[in-house]
Structures are given as structure tokens and as C-alpha cells.
Design a protein around this ligand. Structure first.
Ligand code: 1HE
Length: 268
């Protein structure tokens, strides 16, 4: 029985289902530059825990206003004056949210503008595709703030840009933007106009795939990376056994066989 997600139960996120199975999830605290307080993290856990069982075909993850996300809510962190154990549990909730995103099996396309910094970059790097506009920039200001990453940057940002670049970003506050950010892998697309429009286009395209294929793409690839080559090959075979024999794929295979399906061609 599919779960139901009630879009009105979210306060810090705006959650907007579209007709074609694409859901738009927007960080909606622009006056705080979409800083991630604990309430926002809980809403991300809530949405992304339910999404794989609620018929969500793809998600566009956006930030309201001029900036995608300013990272950890530094004011809340200051006011709470947390103990080490308290903050460890905060970080574990971040991991809960971001792991649900990366491993949940629902394609997530991040639409980026302005600051994508600290925990904002950790959030963006949990998406499967990142689209940036001309204003987007990436940084890890933790070093300057007397902090350290706690939302998975050591795993996902170092995966994107490599260990040495990540350490440089943290030690020196180095910021990446423009084509260089794309070349490094921080974003896969850069657009002149709206990153949101491009992210929607990509999400709609992904939503046309069979859900089980997308589940494997947006779950198995990440799981497999955590395994030894021997176990990875085994897991890949098992997943392919399930996905590649799904009854829903037969019509697509038949269309290829009768030559009615589109062929793979180079870009014009
Ligand atoms: C915030 C936050 C925040 C803005 N927490 N409230 N992240 C950072 O070190 C980035 C900190 N933020 C900035 O560098 C800048 O705010 C921005 C470049 C993102 C935007 O600049 P600007 O000039 O548009 O805005 P502003 O005037 O700095 O801030 C506007 C408001 O947003 C202001 O609140 P107001 O009530 O005084 O109007 C700011 O306080 C608020 N605001 N950023 C709380 N981050 C799991 S560990 C993860 C560790 C990290 O993420 S460390 C990186 C933290």
C-alpha cells in the first residue's frame, strides 16, 4: 500500500507535487539563506523516508531566494550551546536525511544558485544530479568558523572533487564557481538562465524511466561503491536480475525489437 505525503505538513520545506510524478521540494527559509536548522533536517528525513513508497518519480530540490543553502544554522547552533553528544546526534539526523536521499532510489536533481556552502554543499552532494546557474558558488567555510563538516562532506564532497581539493577548500576557504566547478564535478550542468528550469527538464526525463530502473540507478550504484569488487559484482548481478527481467520492461524491449523505439544517436 503506497504511502501518502501530505504537502501541507511541511513548514520549512515547500513540497509541491506536479502532474507528471515530479515533486518540487524547496528549502523555504530565504531570509535565513535556507540555513539548515534541526526542524528542516527533520522535514527532509520525513519527506525522503516516505518518497520511495509514495509514488514520487523524481524530485527537484531547490532553495528559495538568491541562495541555495548557507549550511548549518549557525545561530541555532550558537544559541543551543550543544554538548558533544548533542551535536553528534544532530549530525546523525543529517546523515539520516542525506542517506535517505542518496540511497532511497528516487532520482533527486538539485537546482543550485548563489551560496552552496558548508552543509549546503553536503546537502547538494546527496542529490544525484546538480545543476548550477551563473551565480552558484561552492565552499566549505567550516575551517574559518571553528567547525568541521558533520553532514557527510568527508564522504560525498571528497568523492566529487577528491581529498586534496576538499582539504584545500576547508583549510583556505577556497571557493569554486563557473566552469571550473563543472569541470571538477561539483555540478554536472551549468546553465545561462534558470537552474530550476533545467533541473525540471532533467527530472521529467528521468521520471519517464521505469521506477524500478531508477530505484537501482539511485540506490545500487551508491551501495555498490561501498563494497569490495567481488561483492559489488555479485550485488550488481542480483540487482540486474531483478530489474532487467521486470515485466514492465517487456514493452520497451518489444518496441526496440520492432524498431519503433528511439535509437541512441549523437547530439546534433
Ligand atoms: C544564517 C546563516 C547560517 C545566513 N545560519 N543564519 N555556513 C556558513 O558559514 C555560511 C554563512 N552565511 C554566509 O556566509 C552568508 O549569509 C551568505 C553568503 C550565505 C549570504 O550572504 P547575505 O549577505 O546574502 O546574507 P547575510 O546578511 O549574511 O544573512 C542574512 C540572514 O541570514 C541573517 O539573518 P538576520 O536574521 O540577521 O537577517 C543571517 O544571520 C542569516 N544566515 N547564513 C544561520 N548559516 C553538520 S555540520 C555543517 C557545518 C556547516 O555547515 S559550517 C558552514 C556554515
Amino acid at each position: 500500500m503506497a504511502l501518502k505525503i501530505d504537502p501541507t505538513r511541511f513548514q520549512n520545506l515547500s513540497v509541491d507535487p506536479q502532474d507528471d510524478g515530479v515533486w518540487v521540494v524547496t528549502l523555504n527559509r530565504p531570509n535565513k539563506r535556507n540555513a539548515l536548522d534541526i526542524a528542516t533536517i527533520e522535514e527532509l528525513v520525513d519527506f525522503f523516508s516516505a518518497a520511495p513508497r509514495a509514488g514520487v518519480q523524481a524530485v527537484v530540490l531547490a532553495g528559495a531566494g538568491d541562495h541555495f543553502c548557507a549550511g548549518l544554522d549557525l545561530i541555532e547552533h550558537h544559541d543551543e550551546d550543544r554538548s558533544p553528544a548533542d551535536f553528534m546526534h544532530v549530525c546523525l539526523r543529517w546523515h539520516e536525511a542525506f542517506n535517505k536521499m542518496e540511497y532511497g532510489g528516487v532520482p533527486i536533481i538539485a537546482a543550485l544558485q548563489g551560496a552552496v556552502v558548508g552543509g549546503g554543499l553536503e546537502l547538494a552532494s546527496s542529490a544525484h544530479i546538480r545543476v548550477m546557474d551563473q551565480t552558484a558558488y561552492f565552499g566549505l567555510p567550516e575551517g574559518q568558523r571553528g567547525l568541521f563538516t558533520g553532514g557527510g562532506a568527508t564522504i560525498r564532497v571528497s568523492d566529487l572533487v577528491g581529498k586534496a581539493r576538499m582539504i584545500d577548500m576547508m583549510l583556505t576557504g577556497r571557493v569554486y564557481q563557473g566552469q571550473e566547478a563543472v569541470d571538477l564535478g561539483l555540478a554536472q550542468y551549468m546553465v545561462e538562465e534558470s537552474s530550476f528550469d533545467k533541473a525540471m527538464e532533467l527530472a521529467r526525463r528521468a521520471a519517464q524511466n521505469l521506477p524500478l530502473s531508477n530505484f537501482a540507478i539511485c540506490s545500487a550504484v551508491s551501495h555498490v561503491q561501498n563494497m569490495s569488487a567481488l561483492d559489488a559484482a555479485y550485488a550488481e548481478a542480483v540487482v540486474a536480475g531483478v530489474v532487467n527481467t521486470q515485466p514492465d520492461a517487456r514493452a520497451r524491449l518489444a518496441a526496440f525489437a520492432d524498431k519503433s523505439a528511439a535509437r541512441v544517436r549523437p547530439n546534433k
